[in-house]
Design a protein around this ligand. Structure first.
Ligand SMILES: [Zn+2]
Length: 479
């Protein structure tokens, strides 16, 4: 039995949650549930980055205290837990979690002891969206970077260049997919400059964690936010596989800055950094400024958390951005869930009721037509393990769909309604189908926990109840 820590990045809270947040939360949740199902001791955590400068600005724009503002906004991210059927063990709020500040201070002191922190004055273009210095315009944010000039603490990132190349190149810190690993290695090869890890209290409006021993400075928000992983994981950090799920826009912070900070402090490095692409919504970039968020709670309320989770897992590409629309979600809901898996469960339960008074027959005869179905069932667990190891959710859920496809084909080939009612052959066909439904429930558990429970309730026992649709078809009126 292994131990695993799974994290999401912690979003800053100056906007409401959008469908891109839902993607990362569901991905991390699936990885956590899958490892739990395989017997690992899992710690899954998410949270909010409360101390970001942009939170301060948004609070100022509303004219309310920053603490009130971030509390209100963080609640909306907490609410996703129930709405998306998430199973996180911990939610770290960096401004109010009493565990967090001492951990940040300890890491700071450890890097200081290693001689990796020093003060210098600096002038550069700063993107508030990234909370980072940038060269020219920021590719991620539309807002113009601002010219910032101040005397700050710096971290000696340059010192870690060779070690980072070695650790990432040899997958000690494994970056998935491989295209992102190459991107990080190319970035490091371009040369690593030291980066600023504090800012003046006045620029931070007094918000954030003060630099230990230098109260005029506040710890740079990334140095603070990244540490949330240690805050939540605690001692588990040291003896677990440490898995970060992040978006492509913050890969540099997670695959370069963060390992360097941990190396400096003498702490264990992330084992795996899993990088997802972005979502657009209805053909447009998701952004607060554009008012285009595809509110995940709204989608989950309209279509169900299963349908939203399924779309995020089955239709989002591993490379390149994917566009969300209600139509796309509805297509996957109807084709994969209602027509394939749901229909299989429904017809199986209905036939066991009709032909065997609801009593699930015990297999007495092996049907040669079941070979493909049995292969799909046999191979599903391994296929799911391999796909999730490769951070490929589409391939993972395909293994479940394949059981549904083969089982539905088995029904068409064997035509149970034409078999002799009292035959052992009909017993065998029905038993085969119930076994397939039970396997689907089991394999679906990490992906769609609620639907998996509904299938198990109908097919898990010795007697089946009256059938009820596991996935009602969506029949949304078209404009
Ligand atoms: Zn930016």
């Amino acid at each position: 039995m292994g131990r695993t820590v799974v994290t999401t990045s912690i979003p800053y809270v100056n906007g409401t949650p959008h469908i891109g947040h839902a993607l990362e939360l569901v991905q991390a949740d699936v990885l956590a549930r899958h490892r739990r199902q395989r017997g690992d001791e899992v710690w899954a955590q998410t949270g909010t980055d409360d101390n970001a400068l942009k939170n301060v600005r948004s609070a100022e724009a509303e004219g309310i205290p920053v603490a009130d503002y971030v509390a209100r906004m963080a609640d909306r991210f907490v609410a996703l837990g129930e709405g998306l059927d998430l199973s996180f063990d911990d939610f770290v709020r960096t401004s109010t979690d009493s565990r967090h500040r001492p951990v940040v201070e300890r890491l700071w002191r450890a890097c200081e002891r290693s001689g990796d922190l020093y003060r210098k004055s600096y002038t550069g273009l700063y993107c508030v969206g990234c909370e980072s210095f940038v060269e020219g315009d920021c590719p991620e944010h539309e807002e113009k970077p601002e010219l910032v000039s101040e005397d700050n603490w710096f971290f000696r990132l340059s010192r870690y260049q060779d070690r980072l190349v070695e650790l990432i190149g040899t997958d000690v810190v494994e970056i998935v997919p491989a295209t992102r690993k190459r991107e990080v290695l190319a970035f490091i090869a371009g040369g690593l400059g030291d980066f600023s890890v504090s800012r003046s209290v006045s620029r931070a409006r007094g918000w954030g964690i003060p630099v230990p021993g230098d109260p005029g400075q506040v710890i740079y928000v990334w140095f603070d936010a990244l540490v949330n992983y240690l805050t939540g994981a605690g001692d588990r950090w040291h003896d677990s596989e440490r898995v970060h799920v992040i978006g492509k826009g913050i890969i540099r912070f997670h695959a370069v800055y963060w390992p360097a900070m941990l190396l400096s402090a003498g702490l264990e490095l992330p084992s795996r950094v899993l990088v997802h692409e972005y979502l657009t919504a209805n053909g447009r970039k998701i952004g607060k400024s554009l008012g285009n968020t595809a509110d995940p709670l709204g989608v989950a309320t309209q279509f169900g958390s299963d349908a939203l989770r399924w779309w995020l897992l089955s239709d989002v590409a591993r490379t390149g951005d994917t566009d969300y629309s209600d139509d796309r979600l509805e297509t996957r809901l109807n084709e994969d869930l209602a027509n394939n898996l749901g229909n299989l469960v429904n017809r199986t339960v209905a036939m066991v009721r009709k032909y065997r008074d609801g009593v699930v027959p015990v297999v007495q005869q092996r049907n040669p037509a079941a070979e493909n179905l049995r292969a799909a069932r046999r191979e599903a667990a391994g296929a799911i393990d391999t796909a999730l190891r490769a951070f490929d959710f589409r391939r993972a859920v395909e293994a479940v769909l394949r059981i549904g496809d083969e089982a539905n084909r088995f029904v068409q080939v064997t035509k149970p309604w034409q078999l002799n009612r009292n035959s052992a052959e009909l017993d065998a066909v029905l038993a085969e189908l119930v076994a397939a439904c039970r396997d689907i429930a089991e394999h679906l558990t990490p992906f769609l926990p609620a639907a998996a429970r509904r299938i198990a309730e109908q097919c898990g026992g010795a007697v089946v109840p009256a059938p009820s649709p596991v996935f009602p078809r969506s029949v949304r009126p078209r404009p």
